[in-house]
Design a protein around this ligand. Structure first.
Ligand code: AMP
Length: 183
């Protein structure tokens, strides 16, 4: 099972990635988390590392080549049986890249912008990029650059959409139903 989770910030991709990872016994890989932990900049100087941290803090996208190398390094390190990707791809260019990992299905977790804003504002241990101005930038990036991926996967017959405005367990159940052959 090689899955991609798509959805705006705050739609629960991390939580669903963890649930699906347990369910299918495959790793969930989050490019956001890997980048926050400094992945891909081991050999880089301090300036480059700060650039990546700065892009993340501002809610801007990190360059495709860096993200592709981070995701491929991470997938090389895990079993080949499958994976759940959270946060990758973020753009059609990333998805269509020759080194992009193959995908069997793309799950779109739908959530309206006003619910995104409410949810993120209510997070107890918010991230650095959870402040209102940065959330607006992340939403703009999502609509402009990530949403075109919905059509990209729809055309391939790989897109499944679920309502993200339900309790997490219900979203997981909806994803599992959507993955059934007639889902
Ligand atoms: P996330 O944890 O998925 O919300 O990602 C947090 C931040 O990491 C994003 O706002 C981007 O700065 C960066 N990021 C994560 N994944 C990608 C990606 N696939 N392409 C570009 N930037 C990314």
């Amino acid at each position: 099972m090689r899955l991609v989770l798509l959805g705006p910030p705050g739609s629960g991709k991390g939580v669903q990635g963890a649930a699906l990872s347990r369910r299918f016994s495959v790793p969930a890989v989050s490019t956001g988390e890997l980048l926050r932990a400094g992945a891909g900049t081991d050999g880089a100087d301090g300036d480059e590392r700060r650039d990546v941290a700065d892009l993340q803090a501002r809610g801007e996208l990190v360059p495709d080549d860096l993200v592709l190398s981070v995701i491929n390094d991470a997938l090389e390190a895990v079993a080949k049986g499958g994976y759940i990707l959270d946060g990758f791809p973020r753009t059609v260019a990333q998805a269509a890249h020759s080194s992009a990992p193959p995908v069997d299905a793309a799950i779109h977790i739908e959530l309206p912008d006003d619910v995104v804003r409410e949810r993120i504002a209510g997070r107890d241990h918010g991230r650095k990029d959870d402040n209102p101005a940065t959330v607006e930038r992340r939403l703009r990036r999502y609509h402009a650059e990530t949403e075109p991926l919905l059509d990209f996967y729809r055309r391939k017959g790989l897109l499944r959409s679920v309502d993200g405005a339900q309790p997490p367990e219900s979203v997981t159940a909806a994803i599992l139903r959507a993955l059934e052959p007639d889902g």
